[in-house]
Design a protein around this ligand. Structure first.
Ligand code: NDP
Length: 268
């Protein structure tokens, strides 16, 4: 029996249990994937052990605490400083970040990307920026605030602006990019744009593709991309692929396209 789950606060809305349980069923694996509301992120390791889990995902706001509490961190996660996957291996808790490769897989269909403009500078932006820089893609980061946010990206070699800094420049100096990515929560539970309308319009005129990490709705960001005839997509495939990669880590082997299709169906 394989015991899996997701820790978060809130966690009730998570689609991961639906997606992962359908995969377990399609693979005829005896096991379950449950959701666990965790109020105190510093207790994550304790809870994981107490529940006797084989693997878990970690969502907002515990990805950084999960990173700090793991016995070992592997791969790109050590550069990001945040993890979304725990796997029990020989009694140790080994942590990974599958958001970053999940995002890269989700944008594959756009073709070659040379430069990216990331809106927002939170945990998801960090994961995406590290993955893009690792793929030798030029990255510009724009966030409404600087302190405690943009330093990480500057150290990574990204060009960084606050929204106000960018607004003070002539339009001609606005960044050019192949893709613009919304990693802010603007549009998640409101109808806000991540940056002022005219600025976003210009940034979108300077790019080819738009990606919103938010999934399941046409955010004002995506609505503008559609209006400007950009090729665009929401964050559903990022959610799918981070889940696929996490499941492969839990099971210790690759999963088939038919199982991935099954998981995808649950997100529609
Ligand atoms: P964080 O809280 O770490 O970061 C949020 C970022 O959004 C910050 O840069 C913040 O700016 C900015 N922000 C928040 N509200 C606004 C606003 N009204 N206008 C402009 N900027 C704003 O969040 P995460 O990085 O964890 O998550 C970000 C988004 O990504 C969420 O919508 C989440 O649902 C989505 N997500 C999707 C995934 C997927 O698989 N598809 C996976 C993970 C996340 P400031 O620094 O100034 O506060």
């Amino acid at each position: 029996m394989i015991k899996l789950g997701i820790f978060g606060n809130p966690v009730a809305h998570s689609k991961s249990p639906l997606m992962q349980n359908s995969a377990l069923k399609s693979l005829a694996i005896n096991g379950f994937y449950d959701k666990y509301l965790l109020l105190d992120g510093s207790k994550i390791k304790e809870e994981f052990i107490k529940l006797d889990l084989n693997g878990a995902n970690i969502t907002v706001p515990h990805k950084e605490e999960a990173f700090k509490n793991a016995d070992e961190v592997r791969g790109i996660a050590s550069k990001i400083g945040a993890v979304n996957t725990y796997v029990r291996e020989d009694g140790k808790i080994v942590a990974y970040n599958t958001d970053a490769p999940g995002f890269m897989k989700a944008i594959e269909e756009f073709g070659e990307i040379k430069s990216a403009c990331i809106l927002g500078a939170g945990g998801t932006a960090r994961a995406i920026a590290v993955a893009l820089k690792d793929a030798n893609i030029e990255v510009t980061v724009i966030n409404r605030s600087r302190e405690g946010r943009l330093e990480f990206f500057e150290e990574l070699g990204c060009t960084c602006y606050t929204t106000d800094e960018l607004l003070s420049l002539p339009t001609i100096n606005y960044p050019l990019s192949t893709i613009i990515i919304n990693t802010t929560s603007a549009g998640l539970k409101d109808d806000l744009l991540p940056v002022p309308k005219e600025l976003l319009k210009q940034l979108m005129k300077n790019t080819k593709f738009a990606f919103d990490c938010i999934y399941g709705k046409t955010t004002p960001f995506l609505a503008m991309a559609r209006e400007l005839n950009l090729k665009y997509k929401d964050g559903k495939d990022m959610l799918l692929y981070q889940g696929v990669l996490a499941l492969e880590l839990f099971l210790g082997h690759k999963i088939t396209q038919s199982t991935i299709k099954q998981m995808d169906k649950c997100l529609k």
